[in-house]
Each structure stands twice: as structure tokens, then as C-alpha cells.
Design a binder for this molecule. Structure first.
Ligand SMILES: *[C@@H]1O[C@H](CO)[C@@H](O)[C@H](O)[C@H]1NC(C)=O
Ligand SMILES: *[C@@H]1O[C@H](CO)[C@@H](O)[C@H](O)[C@H]1NC(C)=O
Ligand SMILES: *[C@@H]1O[C@H](CO)[C@@H](O)[C@H](O)[C@H]1NC(C)=O
Ligand SMILES: *[C@@H]1O[C@H](CO)[C@@H](O)[C@H](O)[C@H]1NC(C)=O
Length: 507
């Protein structure tokens, strides 16, 4: 836990309209007392504004994320700066099947060849992918891939595309016939999609963004750090101080998944293997705003060299050392003799040992999320959550050789109505750099909002540094601007870890 105190309260269902959704997804919310000078939550985030709208059920309110004027990102007078148009034209594309039939979704390469299958959309379900303007997609019946039911060409700012064979524009009679032919359940599903589409129009008019979640969806259960201007700093303390000396291997042991709440460490209890850690009472982590939209932060020295070495040893058998000899290149050297284990697609679970557990606890403090949510819980911890599972994934090790890259993509998926009413989504990503490639290998946010360049924001890997960014906006929508890429490594190699945290549950 951080030095500040936490208390918990349940979300109260307020209006009848949201009763169903909230009943299905009610979830204990973490409310932290002030933990840093610049800590602010949802209610006083200036990017969150009240939208009033009417979908035929009377006036309603929605607290929406509205991207602030880019001038404010520079602390400049409003209207004094103009947003640059990013060179990268990528765009989210979500397809919603508003029919009661299964359909197949294809991407059409438009080269005379066959379409490439993207997914199968169950009735009233949705799917999507990162795409580009003018890319074409179509749906066919499940049974007949040759019959094109509907075709779309991606044209920003539209990001959500509907296949709606029920409503026939300008023909009420035909529409009614189609509606009459739906079962009661199908009709209800269709109606919810019509509401979702209506809501999305209001949301687009108010925010300028497409609604990529499925209305209604709760706002995230977790806090999101403010990113009001470039270089803005927040700090948060954690009692999970750095390991500075590697414990003897026999002192490291797996943490039993079933231990549940026994693993809660009170503030006055010693940390795990404290004798190998700095003797400071806490670690003060500074988050620096790199990008305001999407919200991205860098945290230098999130991991110590000892911790980085430990991760490399665990995952690859290698030991990495930063060259410290004067005059030598910065960068990394490897002890090749230990390079025996496979390096790709390695997942490291929190329960692996005390050092990995410490990294999760520290990340929880960084995110201002109770660490208990990031491990299996006993049934009396967060009983309303409906899931006893961790909201965090295992750490994923990624390795890039010269020339290797990961083109721009999102970490979130495309919410369906039926997969779960909670619409589980990746909420935040924490990237942990384990080395420094000699050249290239930056993490790029190609669509960051700025007033200076059309180029992406490139973040250089530095050993031990973390980058935090959010895939979700404060209002529960997904952030299309969270597109990110791993640029090609030009010289050397790159090692990093991904930590993904979900909201409200991991599915
Ligand atoms: C939508 O889903 C229904 C039910 O699975 C299916 O019958 C229909 O073909 C789907 N339509 C599209 C466009 O995916
Ligand atoms: C109603 O549904 C049935 C079964 O799916 C279909 O055969 C029929 O053509 C539909 N009728 C209309 C008017 O859409
Ligand atoms: C959104 O704005 C457009 C253009 O101003 C307008 O035609 C449309 O009616 C608006 N839609 C909603 C739902 O407010
Ligand atoms: C943490 O560091 C910041 C500077 O980044 C400083 O202002 C703050 O007082 C420090 N907090 C604690 C508790 O040491």
C-alpha cells in the first residue's frame, strides 16, 4: 500500500434506467484520499464534462470525456495553438451486427483476390480491428461467403459501422415487418443496439469521438492520472522499495495463489525480503506527462537494475548488466553462456517469487489500484465484484531483434453486448524497459495530440523505465488515440515487458 490511506465504498444505483446494468456490474470502487499534491479524480478532471441528451426516455446526463483544447497542453491561452494532423492515418474500426443472423466479416484487399476473414459476428455482436481510411470491409451470411450483405469503406471520423438490415430508411412498413419477425429476445437486443447507436450520435456531437464501448457502460472502476499539460508531474509513494541486491536463489519461492488475503501487508509489516532492498521507508515514483491525449506518462527508475537482471534471468537465463566502465557505450551486455531458455512469449506470473510480487505491488501503487485486485482473492475481498480473479495479466516478455517491430495497434478489444454486461476491457498498459537498444526500438504514439509536429511521439527505451498509458477514457469509452507501435530496432536488440490491467474484471 502507499503511504496514504484508502477506503472503499460501493457504487449506488441511482436511476431506474441504469438499474439493470449496475445490477449486473456493480463493483466496489476504490476511493483514495489525497495521495499527492496533484492527485485529482474523475469529479474534478476538467476533461470530464456533463452532456445532456434525450433518446426518447426524457432528458439524461452523461459525464463525458471531452478532449481539451490543444493550447492548454502547452499552458498557452485557449485558441492560441492548432492541433497538428497526425501523419499516421490509422483509425479504429468496430463493426456491429444488428441482425439476428450470424455473419462473417471480411477485409477486402481490393486486389482481385479473396477477402481476408476477420471474424464471425454472432447476432447482435460486434468485432473490430485497427484500420486505415478507405480500407474496405464487408459481411456475408455465415453460410455463404460469396453473398455480400453489406460493405463499408472506412472513413474517419467514423469508427463504428453498423450492419442493420432491420430498419429500412424511409420505409416504415418494411421496418415494421422486419421487427415483427424478430423474437421477443431478438427485439430486445435490437432495441438496445438502436439505443447504443443513438447514444453514440449524441456522444459524437458532444465529444467529437466515436463511442467504441457499448452503451450503457460504467465508467472505469479505477482512477486515471490527470494529464493537463506536457511535462506535468505527479508523484506517488510506495512501500515496495527497490531490490538492490539479489537474494540467494534458495530464498526465492513461489507465492501460493490460495494465500489470498493473508498476503495483505499492513503498513507496519516488513516488506518481503526487506534485507535485500533499499533501507528507505518508501520509494517516491514520479510520473511525467509525455502525452495528454492519449494519457501517457514516463516513470524513470521504476525497476532497479537488480530487478531487471532478475526478470532477464527468470525468463531467458541471461544476466543483463549496464556497462558502467567509463568511456564505454551505454547499452547492455549479455552473459551469453546462460542464454539457454527460450525468450519469446514468456509469461511471468505474479506468484513466481517475492521480487515479481513486489513489482506488481509497486505497479498497483503507481496505478492507485489496490494490490488485492491484482491477484486471486478470497471471497470476502471485493465480494461485489463477481469475480475472484486478478484484473492484471501475467507479465509478458517481448524481444525484438534488428528490423523487428510491432506496427500501430490498440491494446483494447471491441465490446460486445452479450460477452458480458461488464464489457471487460484492457484499462491501462505499463511497459517496462529491460534494456536499451543501441538504435531504434522506440515506443511510438503516432496519434498523440500536439500542436508542433505531425510525427508520432517516440519514447526511448531506458533500462528500468516504465511507461504508463490508458486504453480507456475516464467516461468508459475506449481511447482510439491510444494507438501505439514498437518502432523497428535499428541496432542492438530490445527487451521489454507488458503489464496489462483490466476494467472491471479480466476476461
Ligand atoms: C448478427 O448476428 C446474428 C446472430 O448471430 C446473425 O444471425 C447475423 O447474421 C449477424 N449479422 C451480422 C451482420 O453479423
Ligand atoms: C421471417 O423469418 C423467417 C425465418 O428466419 C424468414 O424465413 C422469413 O423470410 C422472414 N420474414 C420476413 C418478412 O422477413
Ligand atoms: C448531431 O449534429 C448534427 C449536425 O449538427 C445534427 O444534424 C444531428 O441532429 C445531431 N445529432 C444528435 C443526436 O444530436
Ligand atoms: C516525492 O518527490 C517529489 C518530487 O518529484 C517531491 O515534491 C515530493 O515531496 C516527494 N514526496 C515524498 C513523500 O517524498
Amino acid at each position: 500500500m502507499t503511504e496514504h490511506h484508502s477506503r472503499y465504498r460501493s457504487q449506488q444505483p441511482t436511476t431506474l434506467l441504469f438499474l439493470l446494468l449496475i445490477a449486473l456490474s456493480s463493483f466496489t470502487q476504490i476511493v483514495n484520499a489525497d495521495c499527492s499534491a496533484s492527485d485529482n479524480d474523475f469529479t474534478n478532471d476538467p476533461a470530464i464534462q456533463t452532456m445532456t441528451f434525450d433518446m426518447g426516455y426524457g432528458p439524461q446526463e452523461f459525464r463525458a470525456y471531452v478532449e481539451p483544447d490543444v493550447s492548454t497542453f502547452y499552458n498557452a491561452p485557449p485558441g492560441s495553438k492548432t492541433r497538428s494532423k497526425p501523419k499516421h492515418p490509422g483509425w479504429a474500426a468496430k463493426f456491429i451486427n444488428m441482425s439476428n443472423k450470424r455473419v462473417r466479416l471480411f477485409w477486402d484487399p481490393r486486389n482481385g483476390g479473396p477477402g481476408s476473414p476477420i471474424t464471425i459476428l454472432q447476432p447482435f455482436e460486434a468485432g473490430g480491428t485497427a484500420s486505415f481510411p478507405r480500407h474496405e470491409f464487408y459481411v456475408t451470411p455465415y453460410e455463404d461467403e460469396q453473398e455480400i450483405l453489406h460493405r463499408w469503406s472506412i472513413s474517419p471520423p467514423q469508427a463504428v459501422y453498423y450492419y442493420d438490415p432491420i430498419t429500412v430508411p424511409g420505409d416504415e412498413e418494411a421496418t415494421q415487418t422486419n421487427l415483427d419477425n424478430l423474437s421477443v429476445q431478438e427485439f430486445e437486443s435490437y432495441r438496445r443496439h438502436v439505443d447504443n447507436r443513438d447514444f453514440a450520435k449524441h456522444y459524437f456531437n458532444f465529444t467529437g469521438r466515436e463511442y467504441l464501448s457499448m452503451y450503457p457502460r460504467n465508467k472505469p472502476s479505477h482512477k486515471i492520472w490527470r494529464a493537463d499539460y506536457f511535462g506535468q508531474e505527479h508523484w506517488v509513494t510506495t512501500r515496495e522499495t527497490h531490490f538492490v541486491e539479489h537474494p540467494q536463489l534458495e530464498e526465492l519461492s513461489p507465492i501460493k495463489k490460495t494465500e489470498g488475503r493473508k498476503r495483505v501487508l499492513r503498513d507496519d509489516e516488513p516488506r518481503l525480503l526487506q534485507q535485500y532492498r533499499t533501507q528507505e521507508p518508501y520509494l517516491n515514483m514520479t510520473l511525467k506527462v509525455l502525452s495528454c491525449a492519449p494519457r501517457a506518462f514516463e516513470i524513470n527508475n521504476f525497476l532497479s537494475q537488480t530487478e531487471v537482471d532478475h526478470i532477464m534471468y527468470l525468463t531467458t537465463g541471461m544476466e543483463l548488466h549496464r556497462s558502467t566502465t567509463a568511456g564505454e557505450e551505454t547499452g547492455t551486455e549479455r552473459d551469453q553462456t546462460r542464454n539457454t531458455r527460450t525468450s519469446l512469449n514468456t509469461w511471468v506470473y505474479r506468484e513466481k517469487d517475492q521480487i515479481i510480487d513486489t513489482i506488481y505491488r509497486r505497479a498497483a501503487d503507481l496505478l492507485r489500484i489496490d494490490e488485492a485486485l491484482m491477484r486471486p482473492r478470497s471471497k470476502d475481498e471485493y465480494p461485489k465484484m463477481g469475480s475472484k480473479g486478478s484484473i492484471a495479466e501475467a507479465l509478458q516478455l517481448v524481444h525484438y531483434d534488428v528490423g523487428q517491430e510491432y506496427t500501430a495497434h490498440h491494446d483494447f478489444g471491441y465490446s460486445n453486448m452479450f460477452s458480458s454486461p461488464k464489457q471487460p476491457q484492457r484499462f491501462a498498459t505499463v511497459l517496462l524497459y529491460l534494456n536499451e537498444p543501441e538504435e531504434g526500438g522506440e515506443t511510438e504514439f503516432p496519434r498523440w495530440v500536439n500542436a508542433e509536429t505531425r510525427e508520432g511521439l517516440a519514447v526511448e527505451p531506458q533500462i528500468g523505465k516504465a511507461v504508463l498509458f490508458y486504453s480507456q477514457l475516464g467516461d468508459g469509452n475506449m481511447d482510439d488515440w491510444s494507438h501505439h507501435a514498437a518502432l523497428p530496432v535499428k541496432k542492438g536488440e530490445k527487451w521489454l515487458m507488458n503489464l496489462w490491467v483490466w476494467d472491471p474484471v479480466y476476461q
